[in-house]
Ligand binder design. Sequence first.
Ligand SMILES: [Ca+2]
Length: 300
Amino acid sequence: MPGKTASGTGGMKIFQANRSPLWKSPPIDALFSLHFPMKNSSSPVPFLLLLVSCALPCLAAEKTALPGGDAEWLKSKGTLIFHETFEREETGTGLKDIGNGWESATADRVPQIKQADLDGGIMKVASATKEAKHAAHIHHDAGFADGGVLVRYRFPELKPDQALQLGFVDRELKDVHAGHLCYGRLDPMSGKVMLMDHKTGGMNLAIQKRLKEYTDKKEPRPADLDALIKSKQIVLPWTGDTEWHDLVLVTEGDELRLSIDGKPVASHRSEGYAHPMKRWFSFLIPGTVWVEDVKIFKVK
Ligand SMILES: [Ca+2]
């Protein structure tokens, strides 16, 4: 939503396109030191060179950016390790009934409710969040350090609590709640997109323990803890709709990036994104989301 202020980050942040090697350009200070010594000079030339050098990274970025963005990065640098088109029927409402290696971690909480219906090549997820006391959690093996997913999705309707959260989990990680590593989250009703490092943020058990001390005492968090939590996520204004879209979510080193229909939407750096094993790709869906196609790529 244009004009809406990003919350939780102390203000809006611009997309950090130059963080990716795809768009990598020489840092400005390196340009200065290598090519434009400016010490002890009163000539206007250094100033002109300064202008040129400031423009160079942009030019370089344009020149080296892959036109297909992160989708092209995955396809050109990565290996397709899983592709799903949902062209079948589900076999029931249980843990493995979506088939093809998917598991619904919340299915058995509410066996009487169908939360994932395969219909005409679409997985239609309708979470029984209230009954299961958890958003629908549907996951598939992934297995990479750097890589990501291409997901064709739509919100079939816009209604309260609609959201699409997707990201990576390593259940073997024992100091993080349920191994939740990192997620992107589209919140069409609040007009926000978020990227979250859960591994070293809100799902980290040591941090949760610290937070609990204050919630138990009903005291506000101290500023340093508050700042730590805020640094582990980015929240940006974003407008959702009920059309089909192609979403790409990748991790590369300590960076998580999300793009939709080939356009960068959000990017965030945090140490947790560098976790060496994204063991599962997970959907967390509190409302209704349709998914038509999922591809998982491993780059490293
Ligand atoms: Ca069906």
